[in-house]
Design a protein around this ligand. Structure first.
Ligand code: GLU
Length: 304
């Protein structure tokens, strides 16, 4: 087991330092999660598995789910998807409205909220039972089927979702939302409410480390090119307005969520998932970032 000792050492070291940052209290349910939760899990393409800390505890994956919804929409629409949204980093906050006016309702990328709302709209237009079919798609990505929506978290976010409501209506005014905004928003809040564990996320994301093929049953979920492109988007846009910093310090493709999770991918090598709820000023897990920076520094391997 190549990574076991290293992960344990780095975990202990990060754990022994001050846990800085704040939880995402703007979603009331997320503020209730214990700050000291900390878990990590790695799954390699040659079948090594190792987890440490709270790696089997469920948490709210929030924007990490935007990779799943993007993957399903990309599978359904192919390259036509990019008529509805772009592939450039936004350089603004994840829930910003400012660029949409100039960009005429075309979100800069699928990982900011505006882009994820357009993806939710696309899934609503193309699937008969979008909520069930997205969940079935995610479950098909790994052998462990235990991932679910949380009604409590979806409701908690909806009750204060003014910014997303504004975003969705604004995009609709430019004609880039086809369905009723209420339906799109409900589906978007459901997608953000998905709960999973570090261990499960590492398995669910294995297709992106494996040229589009699932690790458990070798299903080609996306083409090699689509898989490469999603990794590229995770690299350039996966960390809100801190994607450059993540590339600079960690050097992996990845996606974070305000629940404190980070999934990072080294194509053809591994998926590593870290969870710790306190977030830095840019909205990324404080300990998650610390851990991953130390990890790629110690292994001296990154995608660069
Ligand atoms: N549900 C969150 C929101 O729309 C997602 C934020 C995130 O994890 O980036 O505010």
């Amino acid at each position: 087991m190549k990574y076991k000792e290293l992960i344990t050492q780095i975990f202990e070291k990060v754990h022994s330092t001050e846990n800085q940052g704040e939880k995402a209290s703007y979603i009331p349910e997320l503020a209730k999660v214990a700050s000291e939760n900390f878990g990590v899990h790695i799954s390699t393409t040659d079948s090594e598995q190792f987890g440490f800390g709270d790696f089997q505890d469920k948490f709210s994956i929030q924007s990490i789910s935007k990779v799943f919804s993007l993957a399903l929409a990309y599978k359904l629409l192919g390259e036509d998807l990019w008529n509805r949204l772009g592939v450039e980093p936004s350089g603004t906050g994840f829930n910003s409205l400012v660029q949409l006016e100039n960009d005429k309702g075309i979100p800069r990328n699928p990982f900011i909220n505006a882009g994820a709302l357009v993806i939710a709209d696309i899934l609503l237009s193309h699937l008969e039972n979008p909520k069930e079919e997205l969940l079935a798609f995610i479950r098909s990505l790994s052998a462990n089927k235990d991932i679910n929506y949380s009604t409590k978290i979806a409701y908690s976010e909806k009750s204060v979702g003014y910014r997303n409501i504004a975003l969705c209506n604004f995009i609709k005014s430019f004609g880039n939302i086809e369905n009723e905004p209420d339906k799109v928003l409900d589906f978007y809040f459901d997608i953000c409410s998905l709960e999973s564990t570090c261990e499960q996320l590492s398995a669910q994301f294995s297709f992106l480390a494996n040229n589009g093929k699932t690790a458990h049953d070798n299903t080609q979920v996306l083409t090699i090119s689509q898989s490469k492109r999603i990794n590229a988007l995770m690299q350039t846009c996966g960390f809100y307005d801190e994607s450059g910093e993540f590339a600079f310090k960690v050097g992996l493709a990845g996606k974070s969520g305000v629940g404190g999770g980070i999934v990072a991918i080294h194509p053809n090598q591994y998926v590593i998932t870290v969870w710790s709820p306190k977030l830095n000023a840019k909205g990324n897990s404080y300990r998650g970032m610390q851990f991953l920076e130390a990890f790629t520094t110690a292994t001296q391997q990154s995608i660069f």
